[in-house]
Design a protein around this ligand. Structure first.
Ligand code: MN
Length: 284
């Protein structure tokens, strides 16, 4: 099933080219008082709510997908975990261009470890990436994004995929330079998720998905998740060996070769096999 959040924070189920408003199902979520939990309540409840979501979707006529303003399909991720340089050819291009990729940041992922992006950087495809630090080089990075479905603490790779709720497309927008990744990649609007979550049962093995991004119709990145250095199960195991992952936590799995600059006025079009595609504009 394809789950989206659209317009005025409506919850939607996407079927081919229509989106069905299933917001009423959220009434089943437990009422919470302050302090609110730090994980995503909808993703946590998804196993119990799924049949109801699909039923309500069948009973409502829906609107054309093209008329919906798509927001981030995860409303409240507790954390956004991301993998640095996790495709071999991207590592090679980073080594070859030290004036763009600071040498201090270009090491094997097993040595660098993972980093975190601020949740305040998160937007959906209908909300433009807004360039700050416009005198600096700012790049697109298309990545497969994993949505964690249940509490995940020190899991082994063989078991890791059973903790995944679903997958979506991630854009890890990045200012190049010497600062810590968490600063350069946490600017408002610099994390895009969309167009929807595809539940894990519809993806099967995430280790063979084509991913691509065009900027103004020019092909920039084109790769397959089979070329990840640390695959999805290994990334989940690695992350959960340091911190517990909670429902709705996001894991950006790393970007392949072909990263390049974006500027105000550009349009990015990203797609990942079996998930879908999204267009995201770039503004001042
Ligand atoms: Mn990245």
């Amino acid at each position: 099933v394809r789950i989206s959040i659209f317009n005025d924070n409506r919850l939607g189920i996407v079927n081919s080219d229509r989106i069905h408003d299933v917001t009423s199902v959220l009434d089943a979520l437990p009422a919470r008082r302050y302090p609110l939990p730090r994980h995503d309540l909808l993703i946590e409840a998804l196993p119990e709510l799924r049949a109801r979501l699909e039923q309500v979707a069948r009973e409502t006529p829906g609107i054309p997908l093209s008329e919906a303003r798509l927001l981030s399909p995860i409303a409240n991720p507790g954390k956004i975990v991301a993998a640095p340089v996790n495709y071999r050819k991207h590592l090679e291009e980073a080594i070859a261009e030290p004036e763009t990729f600071s040498a201090a940041h270009v090491r094997r992922i097993q040595e660098t470890g993972l980093f975190l992006k601020a949740t305040s950087s998160l937007i959906g495809p209908s909300q433009a990436v807004r360039i700050r630090q416009s005198e600096r080089r700012t790049d697109h990075e298309v990545e497969l994004a994993v949505v964690i479905g249940r509490v995940c603490d020190r899991v082994a790779p063989f078991d890791a995929l059973s903790y995944v709720a679903g997958y979506t497309i991630g854009l890890d927008i990045t200012v190049r330079g010497p600062e810590e990744r968490s600063m350069r990649k946490s600017i408002d609007t610099y994390t895009v998720l969309g167009p929807w979550i595809v539940t894990a049962d519809e993806i099967g093995d995430p280790a063979n998905l084509e991913l691509a991004i065009n900027v103004n119709d020019e092909p920039r990145q084109r790769a397959n998740t089979r070329d990840l250095i640390l695959g999805i199960p290994e990334l989940i195991a690695f992350a959960s060996s340091y911190y517990t992952l909670f429902p709705g936590d996001i894991l950006l799995t790393g970007t392949p070769e072909g990263v390049g600059p974006i500027r105000a006025g550009d349009n990015m079009h990203a797609d990942i096999e079996r998930i879908g595609s999204m267009s995201v504009s770039v503004a001042d």
